[in-house]
Structures are given as C-alpha cells and as structure tokens.
Design a protein around this ligand. Sequence first.
Ligand SMILES: *[C@@H]1O[C@H](CO)[C@@H](O)[C@H](O)[C@H]1NC(C)=O
Ligand SMILES: *[C@@H]1O[C@H](CO)[C@@H](O)[C@H](O)[C@H]1NC(C)=O
Ligand SMILES: *[C@@H]1O[C@H](CO)[C@@H](O)[C@H](O)[C@H]1NC(C)=O
Length: 794
Amino acid sequence: MANILSFFVWILILKTCYSLWFPEENGIVINNSSCSLSAVPKYLPSHTQILDLSQNNITEIHIQDFASLHWLKSLNLSSNKISNLSSDFFRSNQELECLDLSKNELSSIECHFLHNVTSLKYLDISYNNFLSLTLGKAFSFLKDLEYLGLGSRKAIKLQKNDLKEISGKQLQEISIGLKTLSEYDPGSLQVLRTTKLHIVLPSTNKADLLERVMDDAFNTSDTLKLSNIECYQECSHYINSFKILGKFSRVSKLLLQNLALDWKDLISISKPIWTSTVKSLSFFNVTLYKMINSPFQCSETTLKALTIRQLKITLFYFSSTIIYNFFATLMIENLTISNSELLFMTCPIKGNNYKFMDFSDNSLSSDFLFQDCQSLNLLETLILQQNKLDRLFKVSTMTRSMKSLKNLDVSQNQLTLDENRDCLWTNSLIKLNLSSNRLTDLVFTCLPSSLAILDLQKNDIYSVPKELNNLDMLKELYLGANKLVNLPDCSNFRNLQILFVEANSFHEPSSSFLQSCQRLTVLNAASNPFICTCHLRDFSRMKENSHIEMIGWPESYQCAYPDNLKGTLLKHFHLSEVTCSTTLILVIVLGNMIVLIIVIGLMCHFLDLPWYLRMTWQWAQMKRRAMKTDSHQVAEKLVYHAFVSYSQHDSCWVKEQLLPNLEERGSPLRICLHERHFIPGKGIIENIINCIEKSYKSIFVLSPNFIQSDWCHYELYFAQHQVLSDRSDNLMLIVLESIPQYLIPSKYYKLKSLMAKKTYIEWPKDKNKQRLFWANLQAAIGIKLTAPTEETFV
Ligand SMILES: *[C@@H]1O[C@H](CO)[C@@H](O)[C@H](O)[C@H]1NC(C)=O
Ligand SMILES: *[C@@H]1O[C@H](CO)[C@@H](O)[C@H](O)[C@H]1NC(C)=O
Ligand SMILES: *[C@@H]1O[C@H](CO)[C@@H](O)[C@H](O)[C@H]1NC(C)=O
C-alpha cells in the first residue's frame, strides 16, 4: 500500500517538475526582438521552439549558437546585419520549419546551409545584398516548402534560369521584391508554380521593363498581388502595362497594394481590369492626392467584387460626389470599402447587381444612408460595422425596400432607441447583428419577426421583456456582456436552439427556464456572479440532467457568493434535497406529527390510554409506598388490610365485586365491614373507630349515594382524623359513580378538597380495565399483617 502511494507521489513530483521545465505545451517561446543585441544570447533553453531575434544588431552568428536547440521550429533573424552563413549552420536544427532571414546583408544566394534544414516550410531571404537571384541547388531539396520570400536591395537582373531550382515545386505563395530590378528576361517568372504570387514592382519608368514583368506576372498564378504603384509625376507606364491584362491571363484575383496616384489614373489603371479574367479586384492602402474627374462607363464587366481598404485622400477640398457616383454606377455584386473614412454612400442606379456590401470601419451615419433607396432589391448582405450609426429606427427604415436583405451587421456603432416604436424592417431579414451598441430593453420592441439569428451582445439590456413581438423563427440569440439579472424566458422564442448569456449579472437563474426553452441545445451562461444557495441547485445540475451543451462548463461557472464558496465550481456545489426543500421539511415534520397525533388519538379512543397511564402510575406509587411501609414494620395492632365504608345502596357492588376480588383472589386480604365485624354492645361510632384503627387502609366507596349517607360521612371524618393523628396516607377513595362537584354539600369540604386533588381511583365499567383496577387496589393495601384475625367477633 505504502509502495503504491509513494509511487504516485513520485509521479506527481515528476509531473510538476516536467511542467516547470516545459512551461508551455508548444515549447518555449523566446522573444528577443528589438533588444539591441549584437550577438545571439548564450545559454538559450535547450527546449526552445520559437526564437525571435529580429530587429537587433547581430552581425555574425556562430555554429554553436543554435547547436543545442534541437527542438527549434521557428527562427526569426529578420532586420539584423548578418552577412555570412556557412554551409555548416543549422546542422542540429532538423526540426526547423520557419526561417526568416529577410533584411540582412547576405551577399550569396547559394544558401548551402539549406541542405541541413530540408523540412523548411517558410523561408524568407528577401531584402538582402544579393547581386543576383540565381537560386542555389540547395533550394531544390526543400521538399515541404510552402512560402518563399526573395528579393534584393542591390540592383539586380532576373534571368531565365534564376528560379529554375524551384520550378518543379507547387508552392502556396512566392513573394519577390523587384524594386531594384534593372533587367528582366521574359519568361523568368513563368516557371514558378504557386497559388499566390506577390511582386513588388520595380521603381522605374522604363515602360518596357515593367510591361515584361507584368506580362509574366499575369500568366503565372491565380492570385496576384502587385505592390508599389507610385506615380506622383507620371503614370502612363503603369497604365500601359495594365492594358496587357487581357481576356487570356491566368489571374482571377488581383490585389493592388501601396498605391499613390490621382483619381483619374486609378480609373485608367482599372479600366482594362474590368473586362479581363479578374473576378475580384482589391486595393489596399491607396493614397489619392488629386481628384480629377474622369468619365467612366462600365456597363459590361466581368468583375464581380471590388474591395478597397485604407483609402486616404490627402486633399483638403475634394468633390466626394465623384467617388460616390462611381460606386453608384458599378455593375458588380460585391463591394467592400473599409477603413476609408467614408461619410456617405449614394443610392446605386436602378438595375445594379449589388448582393454584398461591406462598409465597415468608416464614418457613415444612420440619418442619410440609403434612406428611400429603392434600387437595392438584390442586396443580401449589408455590413455597416464600426461606423457612426446612432438611430436604430432609421436603420430599420433603411432596410424597408431591400427586399432580399438577409444579413445586416450594424455592430460597433452608437445605436440607441429612445422610445417604444414599431420599426419598419424589411421582412426578409434573417440575421441581425446589433452587438456593441447602446441599446436597452426597449430594443425588443423594434425587431423584425423574420429573424433567425440575433446578436445583442455588449449592450445595456437588463431584462428580456415578457410581452414582445413574436420572434418564433429565432434560433440563435446572443446576449453576452449585458446586464441581465435572470435567464430570459423562451415563451417568446419557442424555437430557440442557441443561447449565449455569458458575462451578465445573474445570481440565481430561475429553474423555470428549461421548461420554456424546450428546443435549446447550446447554452453559454459562463462568468456570471452565481450565488450558491438552494435556489441554484436546479441550475447547477442542468448539465447532468439535460442534453444541453454548456459552453465553458465547468471552469467558467463559479460561485461568487457566499464567501466560503467563492471560486468553487458549480460542478462541485452540492446541497442535499432535504436542506433545500422547505416544503419537504414541513411535510416530513407535519407528517410525523400527524401520524403521532392519530396514533395517540386512536389509542385514547379505543384503548383509553390516559386511564391506563393514570392507573399504572397510581399502582406504581402504591407499590412503592407499600414497600416502604413493609420495611418500617407497620404497627402490630393492625388486624385488617382495609376497612370499607360505603352506602347501603352500593352494598351490592361491595359484596359481589370488592369482597370476592380482595378476599378470594391472589393472596387473600382481610377486609373489615361494619356489618360483619361490628362488636355488639358497643356504640356505632365506637365500632367505626375500632374498625378504622385496626385497618391498614380505609376505603371509601364514593357515589352520589355516599353523599346522601350521614354515617358514611362520619366514617370519612374519623378516617381523616386518623390521617392527621397517625399514619399519613391511610385514606383511599374509590369513585364508583362520578359525583359532580356541585352535588357535594359544602359541609363536606374535606371530601371536596380530596376530590379536587384527584387522589382517588375510578371504577372502570370496561371489563378489561377492571383487572388492573383490582391489581392496583391489592398493591395499595396488600401488606403483611402479623396480628391474628378477629374472626371471633363474627
Ligand atoms: C520576423 O520579425 C519581423 C519583425 O519583428 C516580422 O515583421 C516578421 O513577420 C517576422 N517573421 C515571421 C516569419 O514571423
Ligand atoms: C461576394 O461575397 C459573398 C459573400 O461574402 C462571397 O461568398 C463571394 O465569394 C463574394 N464574391 C466574390 C467574387 O468575391
Ligand atoms: C457580430 O459582430 C461582432 C463584431 O462586431 C462579431 O464578433 C460577432 O461574431 C457577430 N455576431 C454574429 C452572430 O455573427
């Protein structure tokens, strides 16, 4: 046992150490970028996998610098001053997949060291001091290569066989910096096989050089990116070279990046593209420094999509209508203009083909955009993310005539809805993204009933109102990062399947939730301040008791209160059924009490329990007294166990019940009766006193008859007197028939007080009880008598 335990302890220790040595699952990442290093740091952890030494002043590296890093996967040496890498480098770095040597001072592009790292997927050697781009034999061994970056800062020529070594390889992307190109042999680029080709165009005004490069570029890959089109003075060489782009090129996606030109040149450059093989045209980072209007007709175009990102206009005054009218007349399907400070957009001409429009990250406002625009009836997707839209009502009226609009994204604006109003949405809308706005609970009064997906994250919603428009089509509802205090009720969206309510403010989500959300399959309620009390039990068990997938469970569901449970996972929070159900406690307690009461009641009713209890108590008392009396040796002059006083009317009972039971059963007792034992010649009173004195107890048989009899009263008086003078407790009252208090004359006050103290035993009419009665009586008077009997008197 101890061995097994210590074994586990060892494993635990080993595991802990291991995780200290290797803190990240993906290995150690060391970022020494921009640290002004002049050499590779010594003693790098041998398990380093990702090492960034870019943007330093490293001039020389040594073979032993990376010799111990057998697990190195990625090495970035970009922007240093390395001028030489011998063929022995990276011998121990067989795992290397990514190597960035761009922007250094390497002069030989032979790169013999590549023999050692044939698993490279990513290699960038652009912007070095190569004098030619004739790739060495080593490149042909890079069997897994996906990306290659080439180029030089020095004036270079690109010759026919320069790229021969990689000509057989299908790559994903090749980027070639030809800014300093001075000569180009036609066909040099066409040997490449790559999905994406990026060419940084020569900064030259030699039109023929540019044309030769572009001609090849257009026929090499499907996706072509061309950077560096700057024409501050003259642009005709670019305009002419684009004219080559005909109907037979290979390019279907064309990206133009880093342009600086005027509007007229931009239109001229793009004109041939409009009727080429290009389906998708994108402009990234365009600086317009002049706005000269240029008439543009493009009724026939093969282009489907136009994207413009980062359009800057450096003019103070410019006629923006030129730009707006241009887009309004385009016959394309997709238009994206983002991050371009767009203030407005005109309604496109009738018969346009727009299906998709993305104007994210601009300065559009809701009051003017596409209000009363009747021509966007093919539009399916409109993205207005991150603009200056502020009135939701206006957004709804904008969509009214967009008969095909399915998807509207107006997230990250400043939308509000200041009153309860019926908004005028198009009834085709399926997905609406209203996240990151300033909407309150009122938003639910302004939603189209056709919605299937609604995103209301990051707003100011406190609750989902119960009475709201019918949203029966809704399948996905995102309400994360609001101020909800409870889970919404699904009665208004009965088909809801996905609900996100993470990072809200609810403490004790109501348990009725699940009943109303029958179709739910995914729930994210993570990161709420849960109060772990009985109310939360149903919720904390939801994961076990339903088939709902809970996002973030269990780690993001924690108790926030009470303090002793803070941080406890809901998964580990358990309270028993009994602790939590007040009704259950009440039922148990009340149930037990009712059963007890019923049992007692039944016993009282059928068995006369109180009577038995009282009799048993008296019997016990009498036994105790009798024993005490025994031990004290009762006076020897006693002849009888008891003297019985009764009314003549009760003599039947005395003779038929009392005498047989006391004198004949068990140990026979001696009973003195005045009619049996009266000594003739003596007065009645003398006889009574004699009898009382010689008896251990005086038994009075009480009944209404007894009260009537004066003799009996005398007898009682004497017996009582005896109580006072001699023994303390020789008086016994048997109530044969109950005597109402008012029947007892006031002169019998002694009797009254005795009766009031209830120091009597009742004669039970029930036969079963009579045996206990006799046993009781026998116990009370059954002592041992030593004196002889006075039978002689009879
Ligand atoms: C290398 O570092 C430079 C500068 O920090 C960065 O621009 C480049 O993307 C990095 N290369 C890779 C392959 O991550
Ligand atoms: C136009 O946009 C839609 C929706 O984003 C997209 O699926 C389609 O591929 C785009 N078309 C082109 C030619 O880029
Ligand atoms: C809504 O837009 C935000 C960005 O603003 C995005 O993160 C979120 O995924 C979008 N919601 C849906 C449901 O697509």
